[in-house]
Design a protein around this ligand. Structure first.
Ligand code: V47
Ligand code: SF4
Length: 397
């Protein structure tokens, strides 16, 4: 049964709660779900119901296409002046001897290691330290572009930019413009966490707040740059905090259209100051992807970060609204491996990732940062490729 037929069957199911049927009818008509309806979905939408709605939207937007890109990461430092309670990465407080701060030369050395690799993007993010200031990054961006002009530089988040621009006494707009001229192409989605101050003050009290985070993305978009947005979920927040978070993003996206992907990040509880907080279940992960797909009607892509949720959950997520899997990771960020994500095999090859997608009957498409198709792997047959094992969601009625 097609995803549209599954949705129609749901709408006609008289045993289903009237509000959930009304929301399903809205989704079928391409109408926007309200704040209260978003909260209702989290509170009352069962996994199979949410999956049908999210999969309908996913297939309407992208069919079976499932995107990934070939990138590598550079982490300029693992020290940080901030004190986020969920952070397993910063070595500022303990284990300072394990801390590093790269020079521009060292970052160039890392970049050059990928000279003969068919990567299209470098993703740069880490902690915040005084030495890595505006001039430091401008110099690196200039040198990186001069060395490899085709490589897309996706770098830093408003957490770093807010700190750097404040020190340089520049407005958000002027700072972004300066760095764009130096070679910056786009921004990853980190640092968003949960925007609502009730939660943000408890888990990330001293870094940029919601308005500052959103304004830096606004200025980047006004300069023609694209960016992503994340949400760190599954800790001390309530469902309505998640909807509040997505509502702020949806409003900014209405204004600028500059966001490409939304990336829910599952809170992992190892080696940080929130070890006492239990992690949520895989079912909750899938429900969360689905609600994000339903709520963020103006976001083209919902991305799953496989290193954080396991390959199997990433495969399942492709039926719950996700159309993008990050990435072919040569060098999985230590932020995750330290927090309890996949530690055994943190890297996947293009072939493995494409097979993983094909195994669940989706079409692997290698993309560049701006979602231009690089290679369509759906017709490639890799040696010893596993046969599809999972099938699309059955209709529940
Ligand atoms: O902002 C930190 C998260 C983010 C933990 O834009 C944690 O393409 C879970 O934003 N448990 C940084 N998450 C990573 C990030 C990202 C990742 C992949 C792709 C893109 C993109 C962006 O990592 C931080 C924070 O929310 N994080 N600690 C933890 N214990
Ligand atoms: Fe610093 Fe980022 Fe860790 Fe917060 S999450 S302490 S800003 S590295």
């Amino acid at each position: 049964m097609s995803s549209a037929a599954s949705l129609q069957a749901l709408i006609q199911d008289s045993a289903l709660d009237a509000t959930l049927r009304a929301i399903a009818t809205k989704v079928s008509a391409g109408e926007r779900v309200s704040f209260d309806e978003g909260v209702y979905l989290y509170e009352h939408g069962e996994l199979a119901y949410l999956g049908i709605l999210a999969n309908f939207i996913r297939e309407k937007k992208h069919g079976d296409h499932t995107y990934f890109n070939r990138n590598f990461h550079i982490e300029p430092t693992n020290l940080c002046v901030y004190d986020c309670k969920f952070c397993s990465y910063s070595r500022m407080l303990k284990e300072r001897e394990e801390g590093w701060e790269m020079s521009v030369d060292a970052m160039m050395e890392t970049l050059k290691k990928y000279d003969d690799e068919p990567v299209t993007e470098v993703h740069i993010t880490g902690g915040v330290v005084p030495k890595q200031n505006l001039d430091f990054y401008a110099e690196f961006f200039r040198r990186a572009k001069a060395h490899r002009p085709d490589l897309h530089i996706k770098a830093l988040t408003p957490v770093e930019y807010y700190y750097i621009f404040k020190k340089a006494k520049l407005s958000h707009y002027d700072g972004m413009k300066f760095l764009k001229e130096a070679g910056l192409d786009s921004m990853p989605g980190g640092g968003a966490e949960i925007f609502h101050p009730e939660i943000r003050e408890k888990i990330a009290h001293d870094k940029c707040n919601a308005e500052q985070w959103l304004d830096i993305h606004r200025q980047a978009h006004s300069l023609g740059m694209r960016s992503n947005a994340t949400m760190l979920y599954g800790h001390i927040e309530a469902y309505w905090h998640r909807i509040d978070h997505m509502e702020r993003l949806r409003q900014l996206q209405d204004e600028t259209g500059g966001f490409q992907a939304f990336i829910p990040l599952k809170f992992r509880n190892q080696h940080n100051q929130m070890e006492h907080v239990r992690e949520v279940s895989v079912i909750e992960d899938l429900r969360n992807y689905a609600v994000a797909r339903i709520y963020l009607d103006n976001f083209e892509h919902i991305k799953a970060y496989w290193a954080m949720i396991s390959r199997e959950t990433a495969q399942l997520a492709l039926n719950f609204g996700v159309d993008d899997i990050d990435g072919t990771l040569d060098d999985t960020t230590k932020i995750y491996s330290m927090a309890g994500a996949e530690e055994q095999t943190p890297a996947m090859s293009t072939r493995e990732l494409a097979s993983l997608i094909k195994q669940v009957n989706r079409k692997p498409i290698e993309r560049d940062t701006l979602y231009n198709v690089v290679t369509d792997y759906s017709t490639y047959v890799f040696e010893e490729e596993a046969k599809p094992q999972y099938y699309k969601l059955p209709v529940i009625n």
